[in-house]
Design a protein around this ligand. Structure first.
Ligand code: TXA
Ligand code: MG
Length: 328
């Protein structure tokens, strides 16, 4: 039988066996909070139809109540229970679900206003992770789930990150190992044509452009659309020490006063207290948040991060880094 691991507080971390997924489902049905793995980052789950349970999510994260949550469902078949599904949205679901794509649609009345930050719309996603899907199927309810970090912190990609940030507030953490992708899902607003990308992610602009739907310019080029995603209004992804970006070919940024750590795809000049090098954009995305969490404890007051000028996943990495650096 699977055993809880680590110390007293860590007794909340469980292997996602059938037994513990059933226990997690019971907790959720009683209105509790369960952190669960997805293919992107860990989510902080509650029954999305239970307003009180949803309230606990905002409290646990210290999240502003006008920042809406994603409803995790197990397939496109369930989407019409919670939203008005447009043909364009259905095409995206068929193409990318289960997977790292969140689709914003007009909400059905059954979705509590608390879960959608008071908006007329709701965000839906079917995650490509067997533990998340098993849990959703077990509860037969939509699972409200923001990233399971304290509001403003880097997203958690390991069970231990969840424990460190909000361990006291969750009832249980299902440990699915390190998440595969490492950055959160792409968020697309499908309430009007053309569809707009509100947050870049692993379903890239290139992948969306190849899908049978019309997509607006990426949000980096249309910030007025990005502002429609309430999450973009708040400081996010920030480690506890300063993060500075290495953007161009110049090495000026490394003339730093005091000790510094480094993460990125290019080789930095000599002098880093610690340097973590990623071989590919996929590796960079995968390690982005866990490396921030590691480097903030490495003794330096400054992390220098390579700002990767690459297509595809590069857009999501640049987005998270810009925000971690306090750019917007
Ligand atoms: O990969 C992910 O998306 C992870 C995993 C757990 O699924 N979840 C996640 O949730 O990143 P969260 O709450 O940290 O980010 C959700 C983003 C926020 O920026 C939020 O403002 C936006 O989606 N969002 C949610 N509902 C929305 C809506 N109705 N309209 C516009 N944006 C919305
Ligand atoms: Mg988040």
């Amino acid at each position: 039988m699977a055993q809880p691991i680590h110390n007293e507080r860590a007794k909340k971390i469980f292997e996602p066996t059938e037994e513990y997924i059933s226990k997690a489902a019971e907790i959720l049905k009683r209105g509790g909070l369960v952190a669960f793995p997805t293919e992107t980052v860990y989510g902080l789950g509650a029954n999305a139809l239970d307003e009180r349970a949803v309230g606990k999510i905002f409290e646990a994260k210290g999240r502003p109540c006008d920042n809406p949550l994603i409803l995790h469902i197990s397939s496109a078949d369930e989407a019409s229970l919670y939203a008005e599904v447009t043909p364009g949205a259905l095409a995206l679901m068929e193409r990318f679900w289960p997977g790292p794509l969140t689709i914003v649609l007009r909400a059905a009345d059954i979705v509590p206003l608390a879960a959608r930050g008071g908006l007329e719309t709701v965000a839906l996603r079917a995650p490509a992770n067997p533990v998340a899907l098993a849990l959703i199927r077990k509860i037969q309810l939509p699972l409200a789930g923001p990233s399971a970090n304290k509001s403003g912190r880097p997203s958690p990609t390991r069970a231990i990150d969840v424990l460190n940030d909000i361990g006291d507030a969750v009832d249980m953490i299902l440990d699915g190992g390190e998440t595969r992708i490492g950055v959160e899902s792409t968020v697309v607003d499908a309430t009007e044509r053309p569809l707009a990308i509100l947050r870049p992610g692993a379903v890239t602009r290139e992948m969306l452009a190849a899908a049978p739907v019309e997509i607006a310019e990426a949000w980096t080029r249309s910030p007025e659309k990005a502002r429609r995603s309430p999450g973009t209004r708040y400081r996010h992804y920030a480690p506890s020490v300063e993060l500075r970006l290495w953007e161009d070919d110049s090495q000026g940024v490394f003339g730093a006063e005091g000790a510094w750590c480094y993460m990125g795809m290019r080789k930095p000049p000599e002098g880093a207290l610690r340097a973590i090098i990623f071989a590919t954009p996929e590796e960079y995305a995968h390690g982005l948040f866990s490396t921030m969490r590691e480097l903030e404890r490495c003794g330096a007051k400054l992390i220098i991060a390579d700002f990767p000028d690459v297509p595809g996943l590069g857009e999501a990495i640049r987005n998270r880094l810009s925000r971690a650096a306090g750019r917007y």
